[in-house]
Design a binder for this molecule. Structure first.
Ligand code: SAM
Length: 363
């Protein structure tokens, strides 16, 4: 089906799946947090309030006086007044005629997905700072931008290779886990994995994506291949959140270690864009060769489009930062076509478009 795959590549934009009039249930967490990720300083005020524990002190069904709140937080009156103004202004708190404060329904909906809210606020604000300080360098001198950008330091893989600084590794694994928790149901709404038995999630991080795929697919078990420090953080994550999940970890470095055989499903979720063309192609080729005949290889990652839809916000700032590294599907399509795979390409709209390349190896 080589030529039809090419055709689908060309038709990629029109094949975009439009959100239906009633949003699918998997959109709910993203839609709930989105209103609080529109403006940098307001997002900073909300993150500060989360860090101070403000919302633990505000019962949802009881109006609290700012004086009472400031005593509990040990804040000076002017600071409390300013923070309350910033939270009321962005729709996180409502103020009644007597000046008392209550969390709004919109905030309560966002707090139901607190990990996602915190991860998006934290990453979005770091990326916004990097863009404000360094957009000219991003455009003109990428190595200099990367050397200075806080966001790239957050995702430094080196401590995960050496075992140094497990706390730093656990910190960024928490961020990717929160994002992937929201993205997995969107993937599952577009890919039926029924009939598969053994999944290898290459660069599968905390195992959260593999866990969600196994939970949705009877009979599926998974192995996550990732750097040793990440596997340790992943084991701790699953031991805490889903101890019975059929997910095991395989510490390895895919630049050196072979991709293991014995899997009928191989996943690359938000991994290949990390690598220059030659490395990404070598990795994809090794995984394709290791896959069982008749097996399926899936690539799911942002395609770099959609940034022209509106002004940059803390929600989209991280993707502006990574945009020069996101690539469309063409290279992956060419590599897998060369290996004789049967391809289907879809665009999945999450917060921005993702490419979903579904490739079946000849039996
Ligand atoms: C951008 S993250 C994506 C994680 C996960 N798939 C997701 O979507 O949330 C890339 C992953 O690749 C892993 N990785 C990076 N270099 C690696 C290497 N040389 N060998 C194995 N895994 C690696 C990272 O540790 C990280 O978990």
């Amino acid at each position: 089906m080589g030529s039809s795959a090419r055709e689908m590549t060309r038709l990629d934009a029109p094949s975009t799946i439009q959100p239906a009039s009633a949003p699918p249930p998997w959109r709910a967490p993203l839609d709930a947090v989105a209103p609080f990720l529109r403006h940098g300083p307001s997002a900073r005020a909300l993150l500060t309030a989360l860090e101070l524990g403000v919302f633990e002190l505000l019962p949802p069904d009881l109006a609290t006086s700012p004086d009472e709140l400031r005593r509990m937080l040990s804040l000076p009156p002017e600071s409390m007044a300013l923070l309350a103004d910033l939270l009321v202004g962005q729709g996180a708190l409502a103020r009644d005629a007597a000046g008392r404060l209550t969390p709004t329904p919109a905030l309560l909906a966002a707090l139901a997905h607190r990990d996602l809210l915190e991860a998006k606020l934290f990453l979005g604000l770091a990326a916004e700072r990097d863009l404000l300080a360094g957009l000219p360098a991003l455009l003109g001198d990428r190595p200099a931008f990367m050397a200075r950008a806080e966001t790239f330091r957050l995702f430094d893989y080196r401590p995960a290779e050496t075992g140094a600084d497990p706390a730093a590794v656990a910190r960024w694994v928490r961020l990717t886990t929160a994002l992937t928790t929201a993205e997995a149901p969107a993937f599952l709404a577009h890919a039926d994995l029924g009939g598969h038995a053994r999944l290898l999630d290459v660069g599968g991080n905390s195992g959260e994506f593999a866990r969600a795929l196994c939970a949705a697919t009877p009979g599926l078990s998974a192995e996550v291949l990732d750097l040793p420090g990440v596997c340790r953080a992943g084991e701790a994550h699953l031991a805490r959140t889903a101890p019975d999940a059929p997910v095991r970890f395989r510490p390895a470095d895919f630049r050196r270690d072979p991709i293991p055989e014995g899997f009928d499903l191989v996943m690359f979720k938000s991994v290949l864009h990390d690598w220059p063309d030659a490395e990404a192609e070598a990795l994809l080729t090794s995984a394709a060769r290791a896959l069982a005949p008749g097996g399926r290889l899936l690539v799911f990652e942002r395609n770099g489009r959609g940034l022209d839809r509106g002004p940059v916000t803390p929600d989209t700032a991280p993707h502006v930062l990574f945009a020069p590294w996101y690539r469309g599907p063409d290279r992956y399509v060419r590599t897998l076509e060369r290996l004789g795979f049967d391809l289907r390409l879809t665009t999945v709209e999450i917060d921005l478009p993702f490419l979903l390349l579904d490739a079946v190896k000849p039996a």
